[in-house]
Design a protein around this ligand. Structure first.
Ligand SMILES: [Mn+2]
Length: 432
């Protein structure tokens, strides 16, 4: 069996070699096309190559649904092996230099060793994620009826302490942010006091916020429903923004694309949060019906493009306090997680590149002149232009793979993991 390390620079170079001539030709052609629109392709390529998105540690294992989980071969068995898989994604795409951990799904016994392991693989640590939406074996108080908003003060205190533990863990690893998502809410009308639960949420969050180091940010993630099916405490961007404003300047709103009602105008929410200077970042994924956690750009690529269009507008306008964190948050049920995560990272770059090549001066003029049709067409032309050569060129220039999926498959990495990681897989994870 011929195994190759897909992270090895020589391996990637040899995998890229057959693509060289075609890529050069495609890139030149696209460059000429964009030049006719007054856009310099090398500037777009440079911007794309600087785009970064964090890999969720829970994403490299098979997630599953509430109905079941079908583990794939060679899944990582611990956080060290998760980082190994993340480094494959990072080296092949050149777009994912950081990992976002989830406690206590990621069991960490030796922080210096984990930090060194990450550094050796070229990986840093992105936002820490707390977990007060399920009970752990050694837990004193149950989260069945809530965590940060629980009616019982001792349960709230336990949830606060866990979040502060996550901050402490992140400090040891070089993280600079804490993402707080709670499943707290009600399944039935009458179950909880809608006002007081929010007040208890703020009271708990103030204690967590007080433990944030000066150079940290807190990301408040909202979600419309599930596990609470009637009323979730932080159910929308309005509640999230209210909480962020009440907590202070280090608190920001996090937009998970799957956490809205179907057809909600997410790009509009992004624009509003940019205006409020509270856009903290994203959990990218895609969905057809609910919080499906499918691969980014797989169902509604145009919506993803429109979100990135708002981000490019904010970037060009030098919007104050605008530094959104990009993170993937997906659950892989039927695909190889490494392949899905690579695909999603590339789809984000695609949406970014499409937004970058929009003829902004023309769009601006059409808007001012109320030429609705031309405004719509000018915007959409960015979306309908195939920017693949830009993405491939950006990867090639930084020593990543021109065709990451093909290079990954040919390396035999998964088959080797199936051999080297025997045993039953039982990692926590799923749709969050
Ligand atoms: Mn999320």
């Amino acid at each position: 069996m011929g195994f190759a390390d897909p992270r090895d620079a020589n391996y990637i170079a040899s995998a890229n070699q057959p693509h060289g001539a075609n890529l050069a030709s495609d890139y030149q052609h696209l460059g000429e096309l964009l030049a006719r629109r007054g856009i310099r392709i090398d500037e777009v390529t440079r911007a794309v190559s600087q785009f970064k998105v964090a890999i969720p540690s829970w994403g490299v294992g098979t997630g599953g649904t509430r109905f079941g989980r079908f583990p794939g071969p060679g899944e990582p068995r611990n956080v060290f092996e998760k980082l190994e898989d993340c480094s494959v994604i990072s080296k092949l795409t050149g777009a994912t230099p950081t990992v976002s951990l989830h406690l206590p799904w990621d069991k960490i016994d030796d922080y210096p060793a984990l930090r060194e392991h990450g550094a050796a693989l070229g990986l840093g640590f992105d936002a820490m994620n707390s977990n007060t939406f399920q009970d752990q074996a050694d837990q004193k108080h149950s989260y069945k009826y809530g965590s940060l908003t629980h009616t019982d003060a001792a349960t709230r205190a336990q949830a606060v302490a866990h979040n502060i533990d996550c901050i402490d863990a992140g400090r040891k690893l070089g993280s600079k942010a804490l993402t707080v998502w709670i499943g707290d809410g009600a399944n039935f009308p009458g179950q909880s006091h809608l006002g007081r639960t929010f007040e208890r949420y703020l009271e708990s969050q103030r204690q967590i916020y007080a433990a944030l180091p000066d150079d940290w940010r807190m990301f408040i993630e909202h979600k419309m429903y599930e596990p609470a099916f009637y009323a979730t405490v932080i159910q929308d961007w309005g509640s999230s923004l209210m909480a962020a404003k009440e907590l202070g300047p280090k608190a920001f709103c996090l937009v998970d694309l799957g956490h809205h009602a179907p057809n909600v105008n997410i790009e509009m929410i992004v624009a509003r949060l940019v205006h409020a200077q509270r856009l903290g970042g994203f959990h990218f994924n895609d969905s057809k019906y609910g919080d499906d956690d499918l691969d980014a750009g797989s169902i509604e690529p145009f919506r993803l493009f429109l979100v990135f269009n708002e981000l490019v507008e904010a970037e060009l306008a030098k919007a104050p306090n605008f530094d959104p964190a990009h993170m993937l948050d997906q659950s892989h049920n039927v695909t190889d997680p490494i392949e899905s995560l690579m695909t999603s990272a590339i789809e984000l770059q695609r949406a970014y590149a499409q937004a970058l090549i929009v003829d902004r001066p023309a769009l601006h003029e059409h808007r001012l002149g109320n030429d609705v049709l031309m405004a719509a067409q000018t915007l959409k032309r960015g979306f309908t232009t195939d920017v693949s050569p830009i993405l491939a060129q950006a990867r090639s220039l930084k020593g990543a793979a021109v065709d990451p999926i093909a290079a990954y498959r040919k390396s035999g990495y998964r088959a080797r993991c199936a051999q080297s990681r025997p045993g039953k897989q039982s990692l926590g994870g799923g749709i969050v």
